[in-house]
Write a protein that binds this ligand. Structure first.
Ligand SMILES: *[C@@H]1O[C@H](CO)[C@@H](O)[C@H](O)[C@H]1NC(C)=O
Ligand SMILES: *[C@@H]1O[C@H](CO)[C@@H](O)[C@H](O)[C@H]1NC(C)=O
Ligand SMILES: *[C@@H]1O[C@H](CO)[C@@H](O)[C@H](O)[C@H]1NC(C)=O
Ligand SMILES: *[C@@H]1O[C@H](CO)[C@@H](O)[C@H](O)[C@H]1NC(C)=O
Ligand SMILES: *[C@@H]1O[C@H](CO)[C@@H](O)[C@H](O)[C@H]1NC(C)=O
Ligand SMILES: *[C@@H]1O[C@H](CO)[C@@H](O)[C@H](O)[C@H]1NC(C)=O
Ligand SMILES: *[C@@H]1O[C@H](CO)[C@@H](O)[C@H](O)[C@H]1NC(C)=O
Ligand SMILES: *[C@@H]1O[C@H](CO)[C@@H](O)[C@H](O)[C@H]1NC(C)=O
Length: 744
């Protein structure tokens, strides 16, 4: 704002300087045509005016200088009608013009009406001039013609009393002043008196009417008498070099008056004709060829504001800046700016540009990457059956507090980006990480292998299965994340390890009492029985083993890994294409027939019971070939009535041999080669619960061990064991759903 004001002021200043300069330097520059009289006394005669043919633009501009050799030569115009006192190239000239008077005396003299006629191109200036009537019993009329407008007639009345003359301005008392219309070229003035000054004759007996430059006449009381001796007053006349518009004039070069280079045409503000002017920075006569001359601003301190090093240019000037500054200093003397040359500026600009470009590209890449990531996540989500799961969840196929679909970001945060120090278990099937959700829930996050696209539906079904089971002895399934390539499964975190650890880790096993073992067995059996019968539809676990039974701090059993689990209608068997499970726990009948029933779980659970009893691993290469498979080994021991020999030392000494024997017998029944002969899971659970509650029920049904089962098992199991090693037995509790599916 302030800057703008400053600029405006500077501009004004410069304009003023230019204007005053053009007046002052008028004396120095050529204004008339060559070999033409260019002045008459004090009056300059610029072209288009001239004193003889060849010197003026046309006859209307003919002026005559007389008494050229005297001290006071006079310049006349229009055959001596007007004396010219000044001519301006801005389009005005000043002429002396007679006053119209009406004076009364006893002899009585009537005045001649005064009239003015201006030639084409000339008009009375309507702003500088005023029509003035002076007198105390007076009036005057002014009338005439205008250029492109109607004729006009107007007038002024001036009355006064003697006392009024104290008023010293032309305000209507003794003096009346009006404007005249624009473009007037003829003026007739008629002056008169209303009562021949009867009332005012002692101080006024004349009326005066005249059209004159306003500034040339100042009214006061003495004007009433002094005007009587004044013949003429100056009047401003406007001139134009043509009557057409600038555009029209410009079309005819031969008649176009603006002959100079750097000149232009403009329309006078009274709207009549056209005139020429020199462009800014030039001065001279625009009507002459090469009339507009460059102004050397540097020669005049007042025209440039340069402190030093002013350099004149065509139409302007420049200030050269001292070292360390740059700028042209034009118009503003302090246009010099410290430092930064243009080159530096450009360099800065370029470097900023490059930086911005780089940032923009980086940003685009980032956005692209993000988009790609989101797209990838979505692809994985779809690939992993996300829509199917969503649909099922929406259909309400879940328990109220059922599975949730986690985002990958959420789980990444929970597991500290799957940091190694968060790994709580690792097996052939995947890795389990401990994670903390934002609500401080501790979870186990299982990272599985990629899902087989063909098995997607099944995978989802099983996720649904998991989400449905809400049992105190089942590891709670919290949800999954399908946005990653390998789906992530989220479970409640069980912090006391697996049953496997508590049996086979010497230190833990010693404090793992028989009562605790029995309770864990009863709980595990109970939940499996529940899954087999009470759950709807029934669920077969298919991978019961000690490593899949987790324990919390209270040694409550938590069955986990339903990866291989199957939903199936009750009392029906199903054919599965690929046998699943862990070697050492696998139901031999199922292995042969591929017929899946709840009895397969019973067999596997039998093995777990044997583990609990003996403290030995289900499959161990530390043992001899015949003893390698625990089930076979156990059965043969029973056959030889050597039960006590194989029982875990830490549980034998408690004087509970009866209970131990009962459980051993139960285990034996579970390990029947024929599924039909095995008890149901429900029966197993009830028996264990009974034993746990100290019911001293005796189960002394010693059945002969069928030879066929022995032979069926021994060879096969060894073959499997060799093929797979013990890897499966180290797989941890939160086993992967994926492994089982992809293995199919
Ligand atoms: C410089 O310009 C000023 C203002 O226009 C003027 O009054 C003065 O006479 C000029 N001086 C010269 C040497 O031209
Ligand atoms: C000027 O006066 C002379 C003689 O009086 C006359 O011949 C001439 O036409 C007049 N010129 C103009 C422009 O009135
Ligand atoms: C004024 O004087 C003139 C000439 O003496 C006379 O013709 C005229 O009638 C007078 N007017 C008045 C109003 O007295
Ligand atoms: C009136 O006019 C006469 C001459 O006609 C003059 O002598 C006289 O001084 C004038 N009176 C005034 C007051 O101007
Ligand atoms: C009236 O104005 C003139 C010039 O116009 C001046 O010389 C004169 O002194 C003035 N008289 C009074 C009374 O102001
Ligand atoms: C002189 O020039 C003016 C303006 O262009 C024009 O109106 C007028 O007719 C010209 N007069 C003569 C005699 O050529
Ligand atoms: C241009 O002006 C000349 C001289 O005034 C004139 O003779 C000619 O007719 C004009 N041409 C046009 C196209 O108006
Ligand atoms: C009338 O005169 C004034 C002052 O000299 C000038 O500013 C104005 O432009 C003139 N009018 C015309 C129409 O030229």
């Amino acid at each position: 704002m302030g800057l703008h004001l400053l600029h405006a002021q500077l501009l004004l200043l410069i304009l003023l300087i230019l204007v005053s300069r053009s007046v002052s330097t008028q004396a120095n520059s050529q204004r008339a045509k060559q070999n033409c009289m260019d002045r008459c006394g004090n009056v300059r005669i610029p072209f288009p005016f001239g004193t003889r043919e060849g010197c003026y633009f046309n006859e209307s501009f003919l002026v005559t200088c007389i008494n050229t050799n005297s001290a006071f030569p006079k310049l006349f115009w229009r055959n001596f009608t007007f004396q010219i006192t000044s001519i301006s190239l801005k389009g005005q000239l000043r002429v002396l013009q007679s006053i119209s008077k009406y004076c009364y005396s006893r002899t009585g003299t009537q005045p001649e009406p005064k009239s003015i006629n201006l030639p084409f191109g000339f008009t009375v200036n309507d702003t500088a001039n005023k029509f003035i009537v002076v007198g105390c019993d007076s009036y005057a009329l002014v009338s005439g013609s205008r250029r492109e407008k109607q004729d006009y007639i107007t007038g002024c009345i001036s009355l006064c009393k003697k006392e009024d003359l104290a008023e010293l301005s032309c305000s209507g008392l003794g003096c009346c002043k009006i404007s005249i219309p624009t473009q007037a070229w003829s003026v007739d003035v008629k002056t008169g008196s209303f009562e021949n000054f009867t009332e005012v004759s002692d101080f006024n007996n004349c009326s005066y009417g005249f059209l004159a430059e306003e500034s040339a006449f100042t009214f006061n009381a003495s004007s009433l008498s002094t005007l009587r001796n004044v013949e003429k007053l100056p009047m401003v006349v406007d001139w134009a070099v043509g009557e057409e518009t600038c555009k029209e004039a410009g079309n005819n070069i031969s008649s176009y008056a603006c002959k100079s280079e750097n000149s232009n045409c403009y329309k006078p503000n009274n709207g009549y004709g056209y005139r020429c002017y020199c462009q800014e920075g030039y001065d001279g006569n625009p009507y002459l060829k090469n009339g507009c001359k460059d102004i050397d601003e540097c020669n005049n301190q007042t025209l440039n504001i340069c402190e030093k090093d002013c350099k004149n240019t065509a139409g302007g000037f420049k200030c050269l800046c001292p070292k360390g500054y740059h700028g042209d200093g034009k118009k503003d003397g302090r246009g010099c700016i410290r430092g930064q040359s243009l080159v530096l500026k450009v360099a800065t600009g370029i470097s900023i540009g490059i930086t911005l470009t780089v940032v923009a590209i980086w940003w685009l890449c980032f956005v692209h990457q993000e988009k790609k990531l989101v797209k990838m996540k979505h692809t994985f989500f779809l690939q992993n059956g996300g829509l199917l799961l969503q649909e099922k969840l929406a259909r309400g196929e879940q328990s109220p507090d059922g599975a949730k679909i986690f985002t990958s970001t959420e789980l990444k945060k929970a597991t500290n980006d799957f940091h190694d120090n968060r790994i709580v278990g690792q097996g052939g099937f995947g890795t389990v990480y401990k994670g903390f959700l934002s609500d401080n829930t501790i979870v186990a996050v299982k990272k599985s292998k990629q899902v087989d696209p063909k098995q997607v539906e099944q995978f989802i079904n099983e996720v649904i299965v998991l989400s449905r089971i809400n049992h105190r002895n089942v590891v709670k399934f919290l949800g999954c994340c399908l946005e990653t390539q390998a789906p992530l499964l989220v479970y409640e975190f069980i912090n006391n390890g697996t049953l496997f650890e508590h049996i086979h880790n010497k230190a833990k096993a010693s404090s793992f009492s028989w009562d605790m073992r029995l309770r864990v067995a009863a709980e595990a059996a109970g939940v499996l029985a529940y899954l087999h019968s009470a759950a709807s539809p029934p669920i077969i676990h298919r991978d019961v083993k000690s490593a899949n039974i987790l324990l919390d701090t209270n040694f409550t059993a938590k069955v986990s890994d339903f990866g291989a689990s199957k939903l199936f209608p009750i009392d029906q068997t199903q054919l599965s294409t690929v046998v699943q499970g862990t070697f050492g726990y696998l139901d031999p009948e199922y292995m042969q027939t591929n017929q899946l029933t709840g009895k397969s779980d019973v067999y596997s659970f039998g093995v777990v019971l044997v583990e609990l009893l003996t403290g030995k691993k289900a499959l161990s290469y530390d043992r001899s070939e015949e003893e390698r498979n625990l089930a076979n080994y156990f059965l043969s021991t029973l056959k030889q009535n050597n039960l006590l020999q194989v029982l875990d030392d830490s549980i034998v000494c408690e004087g509970n041999s009866e209970k131990l024997t009962s459980v051993a017998m139960l285990a034996k029944r579970c390990l029947h080669v024929k599924g039909e002969d095995r008890p149901s899971m429900k029966e197993v659970a009830m028996e264990l619960e009974g034993l746990r509650l100290a019911g001293k029920h005796s189960w002394n049904q010693t059945e002969p061990i069928e030879e066929e089962s022995e032979s069926l098992l021994s060879g096969k199991m060894n073959a499997f064991a060799i093929a797979t090693g013990e890897g499966s037995s180290t797989s941890i509790g939160y086993d992967s759903t994926m492994d089982h599916i992809s293995g199919r």
